[in-house]
Design a protein around this ligand. Structure first.
Ligand SMILES: Nc1nc2c(c(=O)[nH]1)N(C=O)[C@@H](CNc1ccc(C(=O)N[C@@H](CCC(=O)O)C(=O)O)cc1)CN2
Ligand SMILES: Nc1ncnc2c1ncn2[C@@H]1O[C@H](COP(=O)(O)OP(=O)(O)OP(=O)(O)O)[C@@H](O)[C@H]1O
Length: 212
């Protein structure tokens, strides 16, 4: 019975799901990934434009992830504030920076391109919160489940924002998965601390997830 499953088996299950999802994503042909990444970036840009968004948080891609380069550059060209996280490995937390140019980034934890703190402007997230947060993932499900690499970075960041928004004065920023259509799965194993995503944008466009 699922409700009696202990944490160890849940972790094992997530690990198996991660391995399978990473293998599936890695096996997508390079050329397809490139075309789908561009289509998804266009869909994301259209969606941001439709809601008049002025700032967004975005990951810089590694491994076979959906390539966000076009979306980042679209943000610069259209005067949006482009916010990129930097991993603090020891705490498994992230700090945010406003980025205007690729030169402000350098390889950091896990080899992911990250803001160079000597060049980029760090944000005080109590005062400057992204209007939209794009979230990377290995797999997504229709109910907003998301499987990450297991660092808990985005879940912890979600908790931090929840504190900031707990006074109810403003709406929590939309939490949007960005990935390939091939990353949909029937159900991602979720735990209580896992933040659900509100929608996923793929090469086929924007799709809201269903309530839990
Ligand atoms: N582009 C991007 N940036 C991101 C994330 C992401 O998924 N994509 N993350 C999303 O949160 C965070 C980084 N999280 C990561 C967590 C673990 C590993 C990693 O290499 N894990 C090992 C397995 C370690 C183990 O055995 O437990 C591996 O996959 O080989 C990489 C990134 C923050 N930045
Ligand atoms: N909000 C949180 N506060 C404290 N610890 C957390 C939080 N969220 C996750 N963790 C811990 O982080 C670890 C990884 O969590 P999980 O498997 O949910 O990561 P993930 O969502 O796949 O990773 P990521 O968000 O980095 O992509 C777990 O050990 C979990 O207990």
């Amino acid at each position: 019975m699922e409700q009696f499953e202990n944490r160890y088996t849940i972790m094992e299950r997530k690990k198996a799901e991660r391995t399978a999802a990473a293998m599936r994503r890695d096996s997508l042909p390079d050329q397809q990934r490139k075309v789908w990444s561009e289509a998804a970036c266009t869909a994301a840009a259209d969606w941001l434009e439709s809601r008049n968004t002025r700032s967004f948080m975005i990951y810089t891609s590694f491994r076979s992830e959906l390539d966000t380069q076009r979306l980042i550059e679209w943000g610069w060209h259209n005067g949006l504030k482009v916010i990129v996280p930097r991993c603090l490995f020891q705490e498994r937390s992230m700090e945010l920076f406003a980025i205007d140019d690729w030169q402000e980034l350098k390889p950091g934890a896990y080899g992911i391109l990250e803001p160079d703190p000597t060049q980029a402007r760090m944000l005080d997230i109590d005062k400057e919160v992204p209007e939209v947060v794009f979230v990377p993932g290995l797999a997504f499900d229709r109910k907003g489940g998301r499987l990450g690499y297991g660092g808990g970075y985005y879940d912890r960041f979600h908790d931090r924002l929840a504190l900031i928004f707990s006074d109810g004065k403003a709406d929590f920023p939309p939490w949007i998965g960005l990935g390939y259509e091939a990353q949909w799965v029937k159900a991602v194993t979720m735990e209580l601390h896992d933040a659900r995503i509100d929608a996923v944008i793929t090469e086929r466009g924007f799709k809201k997830t269903l309530p839990k």
